[in-house]
Design a protein around this ligand. Structure first.
Ligand code: OGA
Ligand code: MN
Length: 209
């Protein structure tokens, strides 16, 4: 892996708080992740996403209409293993550059059916103070320009003002500082697939037996 691989991404994050990267992950890996997501979905493993406090989540489709499938911390197939290896390399680079103390990641696949979106929000919401960097990788095959589901960023200094719209093109990777950037998903007009996750600065919680 070349050292320069993450240069543009890290520079963007430092200068503007977000980065949009096309083609950073190999196309065959994006394909395999999509197939993995689809298979999990066909096996009924996706569950409705919830909003609000981590300890008291609620399903409110008017705010958030996607269904998600969390990845296990240990990869269960080659595609996940390749992706997690790549994200670990990125985690180390983020720590080396920004001293973020990122200790772990968490990722889920997301599916937005037609009509579903996600209202403007912050990812560091109540109960999630340890999310520092958000990563989204778009997986939808054969996306057309009028399929909707754009990621909308709002201005950190004026959260009601739209900053930019980002089309969820297959293979496109978006990263941003979780505590900084308000964002939302415009309603999808066709099935929208993605992988979303966070680089976190807390360790693994040890659950009581
Ligand atoms: C999220 C989110 C954006 C997207 O899952 O928290 O904001 O473009 N996703 O999928
Ligand atoms: Mn979000």
């Amino acid at each position: 892996m070349l050292d320069q691989e993450f240069d543009a991404l890290l520079r963007d994050l430092a200068e503007q708080g977000f980065s949009i990267q096309d083609g950073l992950l190999p196309a065959d890996l994006v394909d395999d992740l999509y197939k993995d997501a689809l298979q999990a979905w066909q096996s009924g493993e996706f569950t409705p996403a919830r909003v609000g406090h981590a300890l008291q989540p609620q399903r409110i489709t008017a705010i958030r209409g996607d269904t998600i499938r969390w990845l296990d911390p240990e990869p269960t197939n080659d595609a996940q293993a390749r992706f997690l290896e790549w994200s670990e390399a990125l985690r180390h680079e983020l720590n080396a550059q920004f001293y973020l103390g990122l200790q772990r990641t968490e990722f889920h696949y997301a599916h937005y059916p037609p009509g579903a979106g996600y209202a403007r929000h912050m990812d560091q919401h109540r109960g999630q103070p340890h999310r520092r960097i958000t990563l989204i990788l778009y997986l939808t095959p054969d996306r057309r320009p009028d399929d909707g589901g754009e990621l909308c960023l709002y201005r950190p200094e004026a959260p009601s003002e739209e900053w930019m719209r980002i089309a969820p093109e297959r293979g496109r990777l978006v990263l941003f500082r979780s505590e900084l950037i308000p964002h939302g998903v415009l309603p999808a007009h066709r099935s929208r697939w993605s992988m979303t996750g966070w680089f976190r600065n807390d360790g693994v919680l040890l659950r009581a037996a």
